[in-house]
Design a protein around this ligand. Structure first.
Ligand code: GDP
Length: 437
């Protein structure tokens, strides 16, 4: 048993929720390390379909401790609504759920600032979800953030809020010409949230490190994906946190020497929500076919996802920056019935061939993807649980994905349900299963 980080290798929505759900069966602790309620993981089990925004999907297993780490930004209103929704579906949330006292809060002014700023950017807007996540992280870095632990100290919370509102109301009213916020109203609202959440707030650094010292298995759950990471993504069309595996350390207080492996989740094709460059995007019938068959609409916002061919450059870069040990390939079934499939091996721009991810957004926006064409398969792979029984063309496709990514595949997902999965090797239990061709 070891400690494993699960990270998205593309632009998010890779199906991390399903993979974390499967692995959580063998984990003692599941911890979210970054992002906010903009994430949306969908898990389908025998009971129902569950959508998670902040709470780790491990909460579906009795006896699994679920933690919101310090690297997450918490909107208490959204968190309480999620707790209510899950409890209404019979999910137990009690001592099995803990929130870091060091996690930062999202306040109503963060949402107002984000909305006003996006509106003022016009066509240059980033395409954020408008949940106040970016402004909350900005306050954290500017050292004016208010933390979850502050909810337990009303006079400190009030003083910080009062100080912040002086500047923030000036910005909202003078610069953006929208209404500011009243101290008393926000204070009372948040004290109400404190009452509901106080039993869950704790020192998660001590908790997590103790669990690791006791040889318990910890799963670190990333949200969004590598190419939305604030440092390594397609900046500025990124999220405001460290979505890569390194974020698991800073977002939980667990040192890198305590992490045993990193699993990258990748779709068998590529999708992206919101603005920003997407070299292999398909704006034709093939793209809309992928969108329809893959039900590519955001779990949080319902926004349609842009779809395209598998991009090897993108995933190879993710292998590097995350130090991936292996891959989980999801949604193989969505490619069923495609006569031929393309995979991108490089980008061409102004006569130059790029095999590695360019940092220059202009190159990414203007480049022509270099494709290799592979034969598709006609027999369905939906629900298959045996690698051996996959069509030969699907095996060839997966082999090429492995080669391009520079990383071996451990898990293949062939449907949204738990059992629609081929596990070649469980990265948590490391019981090797020989692949039979
Ligand atoms: P996440 O944010 O990375 O967890 O991804 P989402 O939950 O937003 O998107 C993944 C969607 O694909 C969910 O609706 C899953 O139920 C679904 N899904 C996951 N794996 C598979 C798969 O192998 N095949 C199909 N058809 N759907 C899948």
């Amino acid at each position: 048993m070891g400690n494993l980080v699960v990270v998205g290798t593309q632009w998010g929505d890779e199906g991390k929720g399903k993979i974390v759900d499967i692995l959580a069966r063998d984990a003692d602790v599941v911890v979210r390390y970054q992002g906010g309620s903009n994430a949306g993981h969908t898990v389908v089990n025998q009971r129902a379909t569950f959508v998670f925004h902040l709470i780790p999907s491990g909460i579906l297993y009795r006896g699994t401790l679920c933690i919101i780490g310090n690297g997450v930004v918490v909107d208490p209103e959204a968190l309480i609504a999620e707790m209510d929704r899950l409890q209404a579906k019979g999910v137990k949330i009690g001592k099995n759920f803990v929130i870091s006292q060091r996690a930062h809060l999202i306040l109503p002014y963060h949402k107002a600032i984000e909305k006003a700023s996006e509106q003022s950017r016009g066509s240059r807007r980033i395409g954020t979800t408008g949940r106040g996540i970016g402004p909350s992280y900005a306050d954290k870095m500017a050292r004016i953030g208010i933390r979850v632990g502050d909810l337990l100290n009303p006079s400190l919370f009030r003083r910080k809020l009062e100080e912040n509102l002086v500047e923030i109301n000036w910005f909202l009213e003078r610069l953006y010409k929208v209404d500011g916020f009243q101290l008393e109203k926000v204070f009372q609202q948040y004290m109400g949230y404190a009452e509901r959440l106080k039993g869950y707030i704790a020192d998660t650094v001590t908790l997590l490190n103790k669990a690791i010292d006791e040889k318990r298995t910890v799963l670190f759950e990333g949200a969004q994906g590598t190419h939305l990471d604030v440092d390594f993504g397609t900046y500025p069309y990124v999220t405001s946190s460290s979505a890569v595996a390194g974020g698991a350390c800073t977002g939980t207080g667990v040192g890198p020497t305590k992490i045993d492996a990193v699993l990258g989740v990748t779709k068998a094709y590529t999708t992206r929500v919101g603005s920003g460059p997407f070299p292999t995007e398909l704006t034709d019938a093939v793209g809309s076919g992928l969108q329809e068959r893959g039900k590519e609409f955001g779990a949080t916002t319902g926004r349609p996802r842009r779809c395209g061919w598998f991009d090897g450059v993108l995933v190879r870069y993710a292998t590097k920056v995350n130090g991936l040990a292996s891959l989980a390939v999801t949604k193989l079934d969505v490619l069923d019935g495609c006569k031929e499939l393309r995979v991108c091996t490089g980008y061409r721009h102004e006569g130059r061939l790029y095999r590695e991810m360019p940092a220059d957004l202009q190159v990414l926006t203007e480049c022509q993807p270099v494709y290799e064409t592979l034969r598709g398969w006609s027999s369905p792979t939906t629900g298959m649980t045996s690698y051996k029984k996959l069509p030969a063309e699907a095996k060839r496709y997966l082999n090429r994905v492995e080669e391009l990514a520079g990383c071996p595949i451990d898990i293949i997902s062939t449907g949204s349900k738990r059992d629609q999965t081929i596990i070649l090797r469980n990265p948590l239990t490391v019981r090797s299963r020989k692949r039979q061709c």
